[in-house]
Ligand binder design. Structure first.
Ligand SMILES: Cc1cc2nc3c(=O)[nH]c(=O)nc-3n(C[C@H](O)[C@H](O)[C@H](O)COP(=O)(O)OP(=O)(O)OC[C@H]3O[C@@H](n4cnc5c(N)ncnc54)[C@H](O)[C@@H]3O)c2cc1C
Length: 431
């Protein structure tokens, strides 16, 4: 086991260090959070001529954006049948189209900004942990082809060895449109792109309070930060699973959930090819999900919700052991592979497991990506920038109902997570 927590992706990049300048007195837009959401918005706003300050409590990409699996995925966390029940066919079609457009959005930014982040359209593979999950794949693929004109390929069990070197699954479903990237390099590139467009990024600048305040007759916000005050005409919040009480209205609608990843030593070419012959982004069909992929330098990167709570030194250490055991269940071939890295990060789940964007109490926001945020966060940042700039973008996630806890009991401290974890494990056992 690795002696301490280390995020493998961060060993592959030098993060940009924005100059530690004094805060400006006033900006058009204060963006809270320097991850995919905030930086994508900052880039798009600055390109439209807005004066933008990105305020980040830690450093560029410190949150989930540098810690994730780098899977640039089509679709949403919820299946399309459920979405149609919740939102009707027309809005679901727009949501599905947005999920496809979000991959194009990442690809376009990577190309335009020449971000060296190993972006590749390698496709994703979802594997079925039970026979009935596999039957569900076929039903989903049929609806998606018929209603949304998008092809998913069903892979029966006896053909699965062309896709994955594991014998434990009942079949799979491939979407060739999904992609892979190195998230730390991508978020570093987004930060540089935002700064090149004219946005300023302020690290170690935690926002602690927001209060409505007019300036020279213009309505706006007095922003109190750990490094002093500034005024902003508009606020855009991109704080995902790390949302704090500075935006309490959002905090109490988001459940922060820990997710953890291990990475092995570098594998031989033959072994890497055996584990993932087509180099797909892979995840399974459970609630207590596993997701895994090869890194560009041929490590197996294996992630899951090994503990439900957001990351601490203790949960990271325990997760390393749990994930190694689970990885060997999938790939017994990796029994002797050394684990060289382990780290954790925090995901943002809304109570309806949907992304949400729009305005709350006059503040713009986008969050709730539920583990599908690499593409969607980038996309929502860009779309929300258009909205803030006074354009009229189509964004099917704006203004959908945004539920809180049924009884309003949750005040932002997720006391129920152990129960949720046990519940998901139970559902996987019976489901
Ligand atoms: C382990 C892990 C694996 C994942 N794997 C995938 C994957 O393979 N594919 C996928 O699509 N998604 C994945 N995700 C989800 C994805 O990483 C996130 O959805 C995405 O990075 C969210 O980006 P963001 O910019 O909204 O938030 P973040 O990157 O989390 O950034 C939020 C930032 O806000 C800052 N902040 C918070 N409060 C304040 C404040 N008051 N003042 C100033 N700054 C503040 C934080 O310091 C943080 O840097 C994964 C997530 C984790 C944790």
């Amino acid at each position: 086991m690795p002696p301490f927590e280390q995020n493998y992706w961060l060993t592959t990049v030098e993060m940009p260090r924005p100059p530690a300048e004094p805060l400006p007195a006033a900006v058009d837009v204060a963006v809270i959070g320097a991850g995919f959401t905030g930086l994508s918005a900052a880039r798009a706003l600055a390109r439209r001529g807005a004066k933008v300050a990105v305020l980040e409590a830690h450093t560029v990409g410190w949150g989930a954006s540098s810690r994730n699996g780098g899977m640039v995925l089509t679709g949403l966390k919820l299946g399309v049948n459920k979405l149609i029940t919740m939102y009707g066919r027309e809005r679901t079609e727009r949501m599905y189209a947005a999920s496809l457009a979000s991959i194009d959005c990442v690809e376009r930014i990577v190309r335009e900004e020449k971000i060296d982040c190993d972006f590749v359209r390698c496709g994703h593979l979802e594997v079925a942990c039970k026979q009935k999950h596999f039957a569900g794949f076929a039903r989903q693929a049929e609806v998606i082809a018929r209603e949304f004109n998008h092809e998913l390929r069903i892979v029966p069990r006896n053909e699965l060895q062309d896709e994955i070197g594991s014998a434990i699954y009942y079949g799979g479903m491939v979407d060739e449109v999904s992609a892979a990237l190195n998230p730390a390099r991508y978020v570093a590139g987004l930060a540089t792109a935002a700064m090149n467009a004219g946005a300023q990024i302020f690290e170690k600048t935690r926002v602690v309070d927001l209060a409505r305040a007019a300036r020279q007759g213009t309505p706006g916000w007095q922003v109190t930060t750990a490094r002093g005050p500034l005024w902003a005409r508009d606020i855009f919040v991109g704080t995902s699973g790390y949302t704090t009480k500075a935006t309490f209205g959002l905090q109490k609608k988001i459940i922060p959930i820990g997710s953890y990843i291990i990475a092995t030593e570098i594998l031989s070419e033959a072994q890497a090819r055996e584990l993932s012959p087509r180099n797909r982004m892979i995840y399974d069909s459970k609630n207590y999900i596993h997701y895994y992929r090869l890194t560009p330098d041929r490590r197996m990167l294996f992630g899951g919700r090994a503990a439900f709570f957001p990351e601490t030194e203790n949960s990271v250490r325990r997760s390393a052991e749990i994930l190694r055991r689970e990885m060997i269940e999938v790939y017994p071939q990796l029994r002797d592979a050394k684990i060289e890295y382990v780290w954790g990060g925090t995901l943002d789940f809304a109570f309806d497991i949907m992304p949400h964007a729009g305005q709350m109490d006059g503040i713009y926001f986008a969050l709730g990506y539920a583990g599908h945020g690499v593409a969607m966060a980038t996309y929502q940042g860009a779309k929300m920038a258009e909205l803030i700039a006074g354009e009229e973008p189509d964004n099917p996630f704006v203004d959908i109902p945004f539920p809180g806890t049924p009884l309003g009991l949750y005040k932002g401290k997720p006391w129920f997570l152990p129960l949720a974890g046990a519940w998901y494990k139970f559902l996987d056992w019976v489901g």
